[in-house]
Design a protein around this ligand. Structure first.
Ligand SMILES: Cc1cc2nc3c(=O)[nH]c(=O)nc-3n(C[C@H](O)[C@H](O)[C@H](O)COP(=O)(O)OP(=O)(O)OC[C@H]3O[C@@H](n4cnc5c(N)ncnc54)[C@H](O)[C@@H]3O)c2cc1C
Length: 443
């Protein structure tokens, strides 16, 4: 029997869930408040990068963040803000930055990234059309010392059985592999299994095979009914057996009525995408010192980066935009952006959890209501596996063991069960199992 599912959110996570659910035979409707790929999934670098899938909350990171809070040019900026949710986020971030949690986070993310590239192949076999560049990523630096963090992280990945390779190169070898690189590059490392896509093309390609798509239909309420769930989307009321909340930074507000205390904040990043003169890179490049990602796209060269925590101002700061280009040009031989490139500036908010792990799974005590959000700086990388996990949970009726670390219960983000927010039947559905009820009372 086919199952009916409403997926809320038309970013890369929502459409990846919808696509896999369709493949599993479900009837799917995607409801998007604005346009498909209008959020963080729009102007990001588009990397699917198992080699860089590590938590941001690494030992020592807070020192870097607080230092760069005083440096307006910092790649990671943590702005002090007196907001209760933000302060709790920061506290949890600090706790997550232990060697133990960092290692556990890498192992958990590996469970997703192991499935992500195969799933990308499945998209192509099914005829999903999107722009993809499968020639790895080259990380470049002025000197080999800049790779210290990189090498340590990769050693950790290796310890967990990571299948990818690092190929170290001198500056000259790097220039031979990528003629767009300039003399400033003194050392490089090729990440062999990674690839990049045009993220908007991936979202649109998946959406074309993901069932019914309703844009400009913001969801304002989710309520349980006798047979499943009802969702108010714009002027319409939709019903289905299952609901997946995949609304990125907006997920906490939608799930709050169910007592879910989801700690997700927006981490602001920038990009520009420009055609130019001179030799444009043909592969994706990571510039180690300024921490910028460059993606060669059909639309031009995309330069993306910066991770600003502690504010939700969507204004585009022209100084940050100029910085993207100023910090990039020394690494390139003769590429220069064509006049007017500033107009392509974009900002997006990564849905960031304190431990950098997404939240994927059913809301405890609310059977049929799922969340897939909080993918932070890895949403494109993790989307294919996230979709697969959600489809296995809903259509297959079981949580795959590799997705278990992302369940709400595992993350200390389980509901507090505010029953009043649910309807009569909703209250029943929101009732936690016996053991958990005691835990909820303790909290
Ligand atoms: C500068 C930058 C570079 C990045 N580079 C990479 C990269 O190279 N690789 C990578 O893996 N990740 C990258 N990321 C991270 C990636 O962009 C995000 O993790 C990912 O896009 C999150 O996808 P999402 O679907 O969860 O959220 P979004 O794309 O934000 O989608 C959520 C959608 O939900 C909709 N929505 C919200 N509320 C409602 C509502 N009430 N009703 C209906 N719809 C609603 C929104 O309109 C939006 O379209 C980057 C991010 C930035 C900012």
């Amino acid at each position: 029997m086919s199952r009916s599912v409403i997926v809320i959110g038309g970013g890369v996570i929502g459409v990846a869930c919808a696509w896999s659910l369709r493949q599993a035979g479900c009837d799917v409707v995607v409801v998007e408040g604005g346009e498909l790929a209008g959020g963080a999934s729009h102007g990001n670098a588009g990397w699917l990068t198992p080699s860089l899938a590590t938590p941001l909350a690494a030992p020592g990171i807070l020192r870097t963040g607080l230092r760069s809070a005083l440096d307006p040019r910092g790649a990671l900026v943590i702005r002090p803000t007196l907001d209760a949710a933000w302060l709790r986020w920061l506290w949890r971030f600090k706790r997550a930055a232990s060697a133990e949690q960092f290692s556990a986070g890498i192992a958990a993310l590996l469970g997703l990234t192991r499935r992500t590239l195969a799933q990308l192949d499945a998209y192509r076999s099914a005829g999903v059309e999107f722009e993809m560049h499968a020639d790895g990523i080259i990380a470049v630096a002025r000197s080999r010392e800049a790779f210290a963090w990189f090498d340590a992280t990769f050693a950790e990945l290796d310890r967990h059985g990571f299948e990818g390779d690092l190929v170290h190169m001198t500056g000259d070898e790097a220039r031979a592999a990528e003629p767009a690189l300039g003399d400033a590059v003194g050392a490089a490392t090729r990440l062999t299994i990674d690839c990049h896509v045009d993220p908007v093309s991936l979202v649109r390609g998946l959406a074309a095979q993901a069932g019914e798509i309703r844009e400009h239909a913001p969801v304002t309420a989710i309520a349980a009914t006798a047979s499943g769930w009802r969702v108010r989307a714009g002027a319409d009321s939709l019903a289905a057996e299952h609901v997946v909340v995949a609304t990125g930074t907006a997920a906490p507000a939608l799930l709050m009525p169910f007592g879910v205390d989801l700690l997700i904040v927006g981490a602001k990043g920038y990009s520009v995408t420009a055609k130019g003169t001179g030799t444009q890179p043909s592969s994706a490049l990571y510039l180690c010192e300024p921490k910028l990602g460059l993606s060669a796209l059909d639309a031009g060269l995309r330069i993306a980066g910066m991770f600003e925590l502690g504010g939700n101002d969507a204004a585009i700061d022209p100084a940050r935009v100029r910085q993207l280009v100023d910090d990039t040009l020394p690494f390139l031989r003769d590429w220069r952006p064509a006049p007017g490139w500033e107009a392509t500036a974009w900002v997006g908010f990564r849905p960031a959890t304190p431990d950098s792990l997404p939240v994927i799974g059913e809301v405890p005590g609310a059977a049929g209501l799922y969340v897939a959000a909080g993918h932070g700086m890895l949403g494109v990388t993790l989307a294919p596996a996230t979709g697969l996990a959600i489809a296995e949970m809903i259509a297959g009726g079981a949580v795959p063991e590799w997705a278990a670390p992302f369940a709400l219960e595992q993350r200390g983000q389980a509901p507090l069960f505010h029953r009043s927010a649910c309807g009569a039947r909703g209250a029943d559905r929101a009732k936690p199992p016996r053991g958990r009820r005691a835990a909820a009372r303790r909290r």
